[in-house]
Design a protein around this ligand. Structure first.
Ligand SMILES: [Zn+2]
Length: 91
């Protein structure tokens, strides 16, 4: 199962049942956490780094994840080493 499929299952589950507010909040947090594992393209890149598309924090281009919010970063111009959690994931 990949991250996209996990998100679909959780989103369907939220809509299906009569969850209480605490349970719904837990599922929303799970969706936010899953989203952060999907690579997002860095914006405003320069030779030292670029800005996180999620929180706009500046990160140096050695960081795989945003130093501020934990978003998985896609640097576009450099090849990321394979990551176990992402090997079966499609972009
Ligand atoms: Zn960030």
């Amino acid at each position: 199962m990949d991250i996209h499929e996990s998100k679909r299952i959780i989103q369907t589950g939220i809509a299906w049942a009569n969850w209480d507010d605490k349970q719904k909040e837990a599922m929303r947090l799970a969706l936010v956490s899953l989203d952060k594992q999907l690579p997002k393209k860095v914006v405003g890149t320069d030779k030292e780094g670029g800005f996180c598309p999620q929180c706009q924090a500046h990160n140096i281009n050695l960081f795989r994840y945003c130093n501020e919010c934990g978003q998985l970063l896609d640097w576009q111009y450099r090849t990321l080493l394979p990551h176990r959690g992402l090997q079966r994931q499609q972009r």
